[in-house]
Design a protein around this ligand. Structure first.
Ligand code: F6R
Length: 586
């Protein structure tokens, strides 16, 4: 999703801003732009495509002397990816970059057109720019404040005023941090964009406006605010592929290590998990892979622990009429902690005084800050757009939490050792690259693929299918194995790959029957399981574990197959087209 970087200090901002944009590339974008400002001029340069295109353009321009600038990577929402629509936008005295969506853009635009303002782009950002300019009468803070009273939706803004020697920033429902060094200030969508310059930062909170120049000032509703300066860990992970060809592969290979780091404190001290048995009902909410991790959690909580559990897509849950008539816990799952829909779902529950628990990776994120309880996964920075290690840790935390809840219920089972052994087992599984390449060779030219399984295995199928389609662009569908014959089986044809997942011993025979149904119609079967069956084209067998920990060994196999397939298809694995790492708009 869009990325913002800004600088105000003593240096020329060009290198700082370009470095920042490159660090934000992982978020996904389709155009970029930069603005430099001094006392007399504002220079704006934009480009469609990669940041290297912008860099190339900058190399051919005479750049003005200055010490303030803003830059942006845009992921198109209002209007096609083009130079006109790319940020920064400029109207009158005001130049700005924006992350988020202005929901009442049309209404404000109409009002401004009536006042004689004309627009060049199709974007909501130009409308914000024109609105701030409309209110600007020599007091920048006041103009921003007045515009905020009119604006509905989400925004993080980096703003320049022609006659102000400062950079301004504001946010609502979209992340923004302020980096601080002696007399130098940075703004960024996330700390990774500026970590090479400073690890001291301030988290800008909802509705706060910052002035970053010779005066440093943060105001909210007309009052000056004192903020705490935080320190980020300097993180070489952000840049370094450690010799791997792609971040996705590096991040999969890190799984054994981050799994150990995340689970060890909980394996040592059960009390660190909230007591789920206090609740009559649990709602697990997330988007994409985070939701699929939640579905594994739901399956374990219901089947093994016996707690009534619902799982829903955050973008649906936020708008549904949810009846909270029993003691309910809402679990929010999010790697970034900034997914707009998941934030809205959390706020919905918080407003109704329902307990919220976040399973989150980014500790400084909105979800981490606003949820009542939190469990941090220790994935470190995940750069590849398609999540791998963070998803696995979400599953691992949910699985161990479910197991701990079953213990409190008095169910005796000696599975702790297997949880402790997981990193070692996982290392072995990840070493089987040859096997995954063999499967990739079989499927990489296909256009359609199915993943079938039942119950918890269906939840695993959903993630296997999502991973494959997002990085390899092969169309695939996850299906409940028993549901195929109610229509979808008509799509099965000679040679079509079908992945069958079987870990749940109770329904193993049922899934085998469904696999037989597609096999007899010509499908090529790739079975991923914990016990050899010895009758299918390909059988990948992982060590057999208890029901709680088993999926943690299956998912990395699917991630590796997706990776190897995308590699054979020469896809842009770390930054698949149209996708964004952190979906900060609805
Ligand atoms: C898929 C993927 C997405 C995210 C989803 C939620 O590989 O990465 O489906 O899982 O956008 O993101 P977070 O976890 O940051 O809320």
């Amino acid at each position: 999703m869009c990325g913002i970087v800004g600088y105000s200090g003593q240096k020329h901002p060009q290198k700082i801003l370009l470095d920042g944009l490159k660090s934000l590339e992982y978020r996904g974008y389709d155009s970029s732009g930069i603005a430099f400002k001094n006392n007399t001029d504002v220079q704006i340069i934009k480009s469609v495509g990669k940041v290297t295109n912008l860099e190339e353009k900058l190399n051919h321009e005479k750049i003005i002397d200055c010490h303030i600038g803003i830059a942006h990577t845009r992921w198109a929402t209002h209007g096609v990816p083009s130079e006109v629509n790319a940020h920064p936008h400029r109207v009158g005295n005001v130049t700005l970059v924006h992350n988020g969506i202005l929901e009442n853009s049309e209404e404000i635009k109409e009002m401004l057109i009536k006042k004689g303002v004309s627009f060049k782009s199709e974007t909501d950002t130009e409308v914000i720019c024109a609105l701030i300019n409309y209110y600007y009468e020599k007091d920048a803070m006041l103009a921003i404040y007045k515009a905020m009273q009119k604006m509905k939706g989400s925004y993080a803004l980096g703003i320049l005023f022609d006659d102000e020697d400062a950079l301004y920033a504001v946010r609502k429902d979209s992340p923004l941090v302020i980096g601080i060094l002696k007399g130098e200030y940075f703004i960024a969508s996330d700390i990774s964009a500026i970590i090479n310059y400073t690890n001291k930062y301030i988290l800008l909170d909802e509705g706060e406006i910052a002035k970053l120049g010779e005066d440093f000032l943060i105001m909210k509703n007309g009052k000056k605010i004192e903020k705490q300066i935080l320190t980020a860990n300097t993180d070489s992970e952000l840049k370094d592929k450690c010799g791997y060809e792609h971040f996705m592969l590096k991040e999969i290979m890190e799984e054994p290590f981050v799994l150990e780091k995340t689970l060890t404190p909980y394996l040592e001290n059960v009390k660190q998990f909230p007591n789920l048995l206090e609740y009559e009902e649990i709602h697990i909410i997330g988007c994409g892979s985070a939701l699929y991790a939640g579905m594994i959690g739901k399956s374990l909580l219901e089947e093994k622990v016996g707690i009534k559990t619902f799982c829903d897509v955050a973008s649906e849950y936020r708008y549904k009429n949810i009846i909270y008539d029993r003691k309910t816990l809402v679990i929010l799952i999010s790697q970034s902690g900034e997914t707009a829909d998941t934030i809205a779902a959390m706020r919905k529950a918080n407003q109704k005084n329902i307990d919220t628990l976040a399973i989150v990776n980014v500790k400084t994120s909105t979800i981490a800050r606003e949820s009542k309880m939190k469990i941090f996964i220790e994935a470190g920075v995940e750069v590849a757009v398609a999540t791998t290690k963070a998803y696995l840790l979400q599953v691992a935390v949910l699985s161990l939490m479910a197991y701990k809840s079953s213990l409190k219920k008095g169910i005796k089972d000696n599975v702790m050792k297997e949880f402790k052994d997981l990193p070692k087992l996982l290392r072995k599984i990840l070493n089987n690259r040859e096997e995954y390449r063999r499967i990739a060779e079989e499927i990489y030219k296909k256009e359609n693929i199915f993943f079938i399984g039942r119950k918890i295995d269906y939840a695993i199928c959903l993630e296997g299918s999502l991973k494959l389609k997002e990085v390899s662009y092969i169309h695939s569908e996850a299906y409940q194995a028993g549901e195929l014959k109610h229509g979808t089986i008509s799509l099965i044809e000679e040679g079509m790959p079908v992945f069958g997942i079987i870990t749940d011993k109770d329904i193993k025979e049922k899934t085998i029957s469904n696999i037989e149904e597609v096999k007899s119609r010509g499908a090529k079967i790739i079975l991923i399981t914990n016990e050899k069956i010895d009758k299918y084209d390909y059988e990948l067998v992982v060590p057999k574990l208890n029901d709680y920990a088993q999926s943690i060994l299956i998912v990395p196999v699917l991630q590796m197959i997706a990776y190897e397939t995308a590699l054979k298809r020469k896809c842009d694995i770390d930054k698949p087209k149209n996708l964004a790492k952190s979906v900060t708009v609805e």
